[in-house]
Each structure stands twice: as C-alpha cells, then as structure tokens.
Design a protein. Structure first.
Lengths: 267, 279
C-alpha cells in the first residue's frame, strides 16, 4: 500500500451541456464515472483513450485544477480535495504538469529564464541567485544553454519548447508529473528524443509519471502500467506487457488493432 | 507496353523569391500511376507539403518554382495560367487537407459545400445536384439526411468524411491527401484510411498521400518517397523501403518509430552522424 504515491478513489465528474433547439434543455455528460487509479512510486502509469474519453479531465481533476463531484485524491496519504488554498499550494510543488501544445503553453511575453524560474519564485524556494542557478542547471539538463534564458519562446522549435516545458515542471523537483500528450505534436524523430529524455529524468529524479496519450505505440515504450478509458469509465487496466499481449476487453482489442502498420511493420 | 504515368514530376525545385539559392524542394522526381498510392514521408520542413502544393499550383507567393516539370495526363501543369489550373483543381485533381475543422466553412451546410464543386465544374443544379450530394454522402458513410447539418454538428471523423466527399465529387483521376488522418483518433484513422483505399480502387484514382507516420505508410502505400531537407533521400516500393532501407536517413527515421511490441529500443536521429554519412 505504502509505495503508491498517488491514489484516486471513485472519482466522478459530470459536465452539464446546453441542448435542445433553443438551448434551454441540458444534458449531462459523465466525463469521469467512478474512476480509481493507483500510481506506484517511480513508475509510469499511462492513461489511453480516444477524444472525449475523459483522460484529460482525469489529469486536471487529479491536480485539483478542476473541482471533483465526488471521490478522493490521496497524495502521500493526504486528501488533496480536502485541503485549503494555501495548503494545496504547498503540495502543488510536488505535483507538476507537462502540456501537449508547446506553442500554447509558454507565455510569449516572458523570457525562458522567467518561465522556468516562475515556480521557484512563487514557492519562495531560495534567494534570487540560487533560483538562477537552479534554472540554469535544469535548462542545461534538458539540453538548452545558459544563453537561452534571455530568449523568448518564439525563437525556439516545437521540440525545444517542449524541453523548456519539461524544465519548468521539473525545476521544482516534483514527485509526481502529469504529462498530457507531451509528444503528440512532435515529429517522430523529436518524439524519440523527448521520450528518452523523460525516461532518463525519471531515473535521475525518482519521478512518478501519469502519462496521458492516445498513441499506443508511445505508451508501449514509456509506461509500466496502462489504464484504458472509454466514455468516462475505466475499461481495462494492468501491466503494459500483459494488456498488449492479451487484451481482456473488446474495446481494448479494437484500439490495438487500429494501430497503423501493425501487421506490416511487425515482421 | 506501359502507358504514360498519371503524374510525372521531374526535377522539381522550389525556393524563396528573396533567396533563390536556398532550395526548399531540391530536384524532386517521381511518378504516380492510376490506381496506385504513393506516400511522401518526412519530418516537418522536409518539403513534402510544398511538393504537393506545387502540383496543385498553390505554393505561397513568397516562394517560386525555380525549375522542373509537372506532367499530369500528358499536360505540363507548370505552363498553365491560374484560370486553366482552376479548371483542373477540384475537377481532375481532388484535395484533402489535414484540419477538417479549418477546411470547412462553419456557416454553410455540408450539403452546400459538397455541392459547390459540382455546380462550379459540372453545372449541376436542382434535383440532379441534390441526388448527387446524397449519393456522395452515402459513399463516404454519412446518412444522406445529414446534408443540412453544419460542420460543428459533426465529429472530427465525420468532418473528414465530408472533406473526402467534396474531394471526390467531380470524380477526379487523382487525389492529393495532405496528412488527412493526423488529427484523428486511431480507430477513426483506421476507418478513414480504409475508406480512402476503397474509393481509390473503385474509382481507379492515383493517390498522392503525405504523412509523417510510417505506420500509415505501411498500411496504405504502394510506393514511398522519403524526403529529407528538400531532397529525396530514398524512394521505391513500400516493402523494399520499410524492410530494407538503403539510405542512412531512412534507417535513422525508422529507428525512432516506436514499435507496438516494444522490443526495439528507441533511437533518436543523430544528425551529426547523418551529415558524415551523407558526405
């Protein structure tokens, strides 16, 4: 039990949507329907599913970026949903997120040094000099240089921006990192670089990843366990090697069979 | 005797107007037969989309075609005026783009948008037009009574089906598809690829398919052209290129595609090594 760093129990979240001809009616969409997860310390749990399956809602609800309807999220034994604002803020530095779109997730008016250093400043970790040092070291680790701190996001390519996004999340030395489709906007050559970087950093910093993806080929490479979602429900979960070798559910089988080039590339 | 190919590109070269020495597409040649699919693969910036845009005569005004021939059904497209090109685009060459949401007009019904090329190119009106629209929708697997729906009422996969219906409306002999499934879920992607393949066979079209996904290439292509920095690194039959790549770039690119079995270690492209190998 104790080696689970993040546990979520019976999460539900319902969105209400205007419907009908004039929009007076409303329908309820269950984005999360009794979802439970266990994230083991130092491992990677992948959440896969199609658009609308609720995987991004799950990520947002776990980090308390969106209120839950019911359920509890235990991080190192503390229920995040029950924490007050300031307490939650303190826990947040242990829970960071890497976003999908490297073009939309960096403020175009801030320099890279400011973007990566903002979290340190907000949480008041160290004095200005120490913060600069940390930012510089982290940027170096993800393959950027000291000079890049003075530059703006538009000066970088998609892959470089994703490295900056990773540095921003990891400079706080978090314990859990939620990666929301971190490589789906990238070319396959850049994707391979970023996946390897994420794996190395996981080892070095003892990170636990919740990895959200719709690409089953990527999941096979990065994850230890996988959770398949469909219409807000968990369809299947287990070890990646088991689920891929012998999917128990029809839906999972269908998903795996849809991977392009599966037959042709296997030989 | 073999007849002339449907499309033959020879020595196509494109560069910016202000920097004629900077070749974005460099001496690209390949040909496409009726009823076959050729895939152009490469990373962003490799020139694959520019090659397709050149065929349609749609390269942006700040770029210029410096040389090369594009022969389509024995006619060199590079000598044509805009007026003449308009008669070919949409009629004899169909096009499908990546983003189904931005390529459809949100304030017009899908029936109207599918009907537009039919009116413009074939002069269809009234009942005949309606019947043809219904027939096209059915061909791409959308119920005919959805013709009055607006794009926002449809899912991403359905929108892409509408785009396909528009592109095949005038029964083109060639279809150009620029990453048509990149924005879609895997299950929907599999359906759309199957649909395109069926239509291609039934209508005996030649298909020029642009993608960055080797999995898609393996599923749909007969021949493949691998582009790197504006040049063709390697081209040939799909089984040949995927199983026995000859060019170091193709090998490197294939090595960074994650496999479903998870047996193969991922290897990012080592560009320094590649430069040496090329030299």
């Amino acid at each position: 039990m104790s080696d689970y760093i993040l546990i979520a129990r019976n999460l539900t979240k319902t969105y209400s949507q205007a419907s009908g001809k004039l929009g007076f009616g409303h329908t309820e969409v269950k984005a999360l329907d009794d979802v439970s997860i266990n994230l083991q310390e130092g491992s990677t749990l992948a959440v896969v599913g199609e658009s609308g399956s609720g995987k991004s809602t799950l990520a947002r609800c776990l980090l308390q970026l969106q209120p839950l309807d019911s359920g509890e999220v235990l991080f190192q034994g503390r229920d995040l949903a029950a924490l007050s604002g300031p307490e939650l803020r303190r826990e947040r530095k242990h829970l960071q997120m890497i976003f999908q779109d490297p073009f939309a997730s960096l403020n175009p008016r801030m320099k890279i040094g400011e973007i990566v250093g903002e979290g340190l400043a907000v949480h008041g970790l160290g004095n200005a000099g120490e913060q600069r040092n940390k930012v510089e070291k982290m940027l170096k680790r993800v393959g950027m240089s000291k000079a890049d701190m003075q530059r703006y996001p538009h000066e970088f390519s998609g892959g470089q921006r994703q490295r900056i996004g990773i540095a921003r999340a990891l400079v706080l030395q978090p314990k859990v990192v939620v990666c929301d489709e971190p490589v789906s906007a990238l070319d396959v050559s850049i994707q391979a670089q970023i996946l390897l970087l994420l794996k190395e950093l996981q080892q070095e910093m003892a990170l636990s990843y919740l990895f959200i993806s719709h690409d089953l080929r990527v999941v096979r490479h990065i994850a230890d366990e996988v959770l398949v979602m469909h219409q807000g429900k968990v369809v299947e979960q287990g070890k990646v090697s088991d689920v891929y070798a012998a999917p128990a559910q029809e839906y999972t089988r269908n998903l795996l069979n849809s991977i392009p080039g599966r037959k042709a590339m296997a030989a | 005797m073999k007849s002339a190919p449907l499309l033959q590109i020879e020595g196509l070269t494109v560069s910016p107007v202000v920097a004629p020495g900077h070749l974005l597409v460099n001496n690209v040649s390949f040909s496409l037969e009726s009823g076959k699919t050729i895939c152009i693969v490469g990373e962003s910036g490799s020139g694959k989309s520019l090659t397709a845009l050149s065929v349609m005569g749609l390269i942006p005004p700040q770029l210029k075609r410096q040389g090369g021939k594009i022969v389509f059904q024995d006619q060199d497209l590079t000598g044509l005026t805009n007026e003449q090109m308009r008669d070919i685009r949409g009629k004899r060459i169909g096009m499908i783009f990546q983003e189904p949401m931005t390529s459809l007009n949100p304030v017009l019904t899908i029936g109207y948008q599918i009907g537009e090329p039919l009116t413009v190119h074939l002069g269809l009106k009234g009942k005949a037009l309606k019947a043809r629209i219904a027939n096209l929708l059915e061909q791409v697997g959308i119920p005919a009574n959805r013709a009055n729906a607006y794009p926002d009422e449809l899912s991403g996969g359905q929108r892409q089906r509408v785009m396909i219906a528009m592109s095949i409306a005038c029964e083109p002999v060639m279809l150009i598809a620029d990453e048509p499934t990149t924005a879609l879920d895997v299950t929907v992607q599999a359906q759309i690829l199957k649909l395109l393949d069926e239509l291609k066979t039934r209508m005996n079209m030649g298909m020029l398919f642009i993608t960055h996904d080797f999995g898609v290439v393996a599923d749909i292509a007969d021949n493949v052209v691998v582009m790197f920095r504006g040049e063709i690194a390697e081209s040939g039959a799909v089984s040949q290129v995927l199983k026995h790549p000859q060019h170091p770039y193709t090998m490197a690119l294939l090595a960074c595609v994650p496999d479903v079995e998870g047996k193969k270690p991922l290897k990012p492209i080592d560009y320094a090594w590649l430069n040496e190998a090329a030299a």
